[in-house]
Design a protein around this ligand. Structure first.
Ligand SMILES: O=P(O)(O)O[C@H]1O[C@H](CO)[C@@H](O)[C@H]1O
Ligand SMILES: O=c1cc[nH]c(=O)[nH]1
Length: 234
């Protein structure tokens, strides 16, 4: 039991899949897990544990943005023994070849800052995905026939960005998509010797202005969760 996760020791699996939206944790647990049970609802941040193909898995929401994710991931790593953390999030595409519904595997994440900035001082730490998870996720996406891109993403602190010049620089440097959590997830995993990956679904497009309806989002999130589960547990 921690300040933000009212679960008993052993209630949380070593493999934790992390959507920003707590309702996505509930949906994924109900769709993918055998015998899911709710293990946290503090502040409405839902967590569920069950099994997938007989192997224990937890889905736990992180909330939006790196400060919120940092709270949950710190507690999962320090107090509950999480070893493999895979973010399952939505993202906005920043390149024309990245289409709506495509998957993006974040090899690394560019930022202006993260909650860990204070401890790094002058160091520009380069957060990176776990290579074994990245390879396995890429293979799983190919097997499913899901269009998938791997590369650099932008973990932003703002959803309503008022710096079009920043977006332009990100785009110029090949950044595939924008979201709000991955850089801190990878940094915390590195600090605690855990494996991490972000598997993202493109829910809107910053170049074309397209967006997915909520029904379309759910259908495409299915592939993202399958890829994440397969990458973690085979
Ligand atoms: O769909 P989730 O996982 O919440 O991720 C994306 O959506 C939220 C913004 O709407 C941010 O958390 C961003 O990273
Ligand atoms: O952070 C996010 C997530 C989805 N779409 C965006 O444009 N930004």
């Amino acid at each position: 039991m921690t300040i933000h996760i009212a679960a008993a020791p052993g209630d949380i699996a070593e493999t934790v899949l992390l959507p920003g939206d707590p309702m996505r944790a509930k949906w994924a647990a109900e769709v993918f897990l055998e015998s899911p049970r709710c293990i946290n609802r503090v502040r409405g941040m839902l967590g569920y544990t069950g099994t997938w193909k007989g192997q224990p898995v937890t889905f736990h929401g992180t909330g939006m943005g790196m400060p919120s994710l940092s709270i949950y991931v710190n507690e999962l790593l320090r107090d509950f023994g999480a070893k493999t953390l895979i973010r399952i999030g939505s993202a906005g595409a920043m390149q024309p070849q990245v289409r709506l519904r495509d998957l993006v595997l974040a090899m690394t994440a560019t930022t202006l800052s993260t909650p860990s900035r204070g401890i790094f001082r002058e160091v520009n730490f380069a957060p990176c995905a776990d290579f074994t998870l990245l390879k396995a996720a890429d293979a799983a996406a190919r097997t499913l026939g899901a269009p998938c891109h791997a590369g650099n993403i932008y973990s932003s602190d703002v959803f309503y960005d008022e710096r079009p010049d920043l977006e332009e620089q990100m785009r110029r440097h090949g950044i595939l998509a924008v979201e709000m959590e991955t850089a801190e997830l990878y940094t915390l995993a590195a600090r605690h010797g855990a494996r991490a990956l972000s598997v993202l679904t493109v829910s809107d497009h910053l170049v074309t202005g397209e967006t997915l309806s909520s029904e379309e989002r759910e259908a495409s999130f299915t592939q993202m969760v399958k890829v994440a589960l397969t990458a973690a547990l085979g």
